[in-house]
Design a protein around this ligand. Structure first.
Ligand code: NAI
Length: 338
C-alpha cells in the first residue's frame, strides 16, 4: 500500500503555493465559523491553495475583517465575508462544499461530549440553513462532538428530504495526521513514508488506529498500547498545553483544509482519492463509522471498509460500536425532541 497523500502532499505553505499555480476548481466553498481558532487558519490555507473559486466566510462575528485580510492574498479565487444570522443564507447560497468548524472548543478536563449542549444546537441551526440554501453541497463537519454532530446534521437534512449520505462527512483527518506523525516518530522514519488508517469515531477510545496494518512495522505490545493511547488522546495534549485557551486549531486547520482540498480534487474528477472519514455505512452496527473511502464527484464514491483487525484492535472495535451507537442516538434524539 502506498503512503497516503496526506503524508506525501502535506499542506505546508510551499505545497499550498504550488497548488495555486494549477487550475482552480470552479467551486464555492463556505466556511461556517470562519473567524474562530480553526476557521481563520483553515480559510487562509484554502485561500492559499488557489483551488477555491469563491471562498465564502461566515461567522457571528469578525468575518468582514478576516475576509478583507484574506482577499489581499495574491492567489486564485474571490473572498466574501458574511456576519450574523441574517447573512447566513447568502454565505451558503449554492455552495459546493461547506466546511463547519463552528462552536465551542474544549477546556482542560472536558470530553468532546461535554460540548454537546452548546454545539448540538449550533450545528442543528446550520444544517437547517444548509438544507435551504445549498442542499446539494458536500458537508464537512469539524464541530465536536463529531460522533453526534454528524448524526444531528443528517437528521435535519433527512427531515427536509435532502439528505445524501455520500455528501455528509465527519472530518477525522486530524486523527490520521496524529497517527502518521506519532508512528513515524516511533519507527524513526519519515512521515512521508508512513501511512496509517484510523477508523471508528472521533472521541477518546472510539478512535481506532490500525497499527497492525502499517506496512513493514512490527510494534512491541508496550509500544502498541502507548501509540494507540497517544493517538486516541492526542487532542488532550493540546488542550492541556493551551491551558484553557482552547483545543487544536492549527493542526486542525491543516487537516481540515487538506481534506476539503481532497474533496474538491475528487469533484474535479481526480481518480482514486482515498481518505478516512466518518460517514453513514453498514460496516458495523453503528450507523456512522469512520472508514477509508474513495472520494468521487459527489462525495463518498465507495466505502472501502477496514480489512483484517488484530485481536487488540477487534477488542477496541467491539467496545466502540455501542459507544458510537449511543452517541449517534443522542444526536438523533436531540433533533426530534427539539
Ligand atoms: P473557536 O471558539 O475558536 O471558534 C469557533 C467559532 O465558531 C467562533 O468564531 C464562533 O463565533 C463561531 N460560532 C459559534 N456559533 C456559531 C454559529 N451559530 N454560526 C457560525 N459560527 C458560530 O473554536 P475552535 O477552536 O475553532 O473549534 C471549533 C470546533 O471545532 C469546536 O467544536 C472544536 O471542538 C472542534 N474541533 C474539532 C476537531 C476535529 O478533529 N474534528 C479538532 C479540533 C477542534
Amino acid at each position: 500500500r502506498v503512503a497516503s497523500p496526506l503524508a506525501t502532499r502535506a499542506l505546508g505553505l510551499e505545497a499550498a503555493r504550488s497548488f495555486s499555480s494549477s487550475r482552480s476548481a470552479q467551486a464555492k466553498v463556505t466556511v461556517v465559523g470562519a473567524a474562530g481558532g480553526i476557521g481563520q487558519p483553515l480559510s487562509l490555507l484554502l485561500k492559499l491553495s488557489g483551488k477555491v473559486d469563491h471562498l465564502s466566510l461566515y461567522d457571528l462575528v469578525g468575518t468582514p475583517g478576516v475576509a478583507a485580510d484574506l482577499s489581499h492574498c495574491n492567489t486564485n479565487g474571490k473572498v466574501t465575508g458574511h456576519k450574523g444570522a441574517s447573512e447566513l443564507k447568502a454565505a451558503l447560497q449554492d455552495a459546493d462544499v461547506v466546511v463547519i468548524p463552528a462552536g465551542v472548543p474544549r477546556k482542560p478536563g472536558m470530553t468532546r461530549d461535554d460540548l454537546f449542549n452548546t454545539n448540538a444546537g449550533i450545528v442543528k441551526g446550520i444544517a437547517e440553513a444548509c438544507a435551504e440554501a445549498c442542499p446539494k453541497a458536500r458537508f464537512l463537519i469539524i464541530s465536536n462532538p463529531v460522533n453526534s454532530t454528524v448524526p444531528i446534521f443528517a437528521e435535519v437534512l433527512k427531515g427536509r428530504g435532502v439528505y445524501d449520505k455520500k455528501k455528509l462527512m465527519g472530518v477525522t483527518t486530524l486523527d490520521v495526521c496524529r497517527a502518521q506523525t506519532f508512528v513515524a516518530e516511533n519507527l524513526g522514519q519519515s512521515v512521508n513514508d508512513t501511512a496509517v488508517d484510523v477508523i471508528g469515531g472521533h472521541a477518546g477510545t472510539t478512535i481506532l488506529p490500525l497499527l497492525s496494518q502499517v506496512e513493514g512495522a512490527k510494534f512491541s505490545d508496550k509500544d502498541l498500547e502507548a501509540l494507540t493511547h497517544r493517538i486516541q488522546f492526542g487532542g488532550d495534549e493540546v488542550v492541556k498545553a493551551k491551558d484553557g485557551a482552547g483545543s487544536a486549531t492549527l493542526s486542525m486547520a491543516h487537516a481540515g483544509a487538506y481534506f476539503a482540498i481532497r474533496v474538491l480534487a475528487a469533484m474535479e474528477g481526480e481518480a482514486d482519492i482515498r481518505e478516512c472519514t466518518f460517514v453513514e455505512n453498514d460496516l458495523t452496527a453503528a450507523p456512522y463509522f469512520a472508514t477509508p473511502v474513495i472520494l468521487g464527484k459527489d462525495g463518498v464514491e465507495k466505502v472501502l471498509g477496514f480489512g483484517k483487525l488484530s485481536a487488540f484492535e477487534q477488542k477496541i472495535l467491539d467496545e466502540n460500536v455501542p459507544a458510537l451507537q449511543a452517541q449517534a442516538k443522542k444526536g438523533v434524539d436531540f433533533v426530534h425532541k427539539a
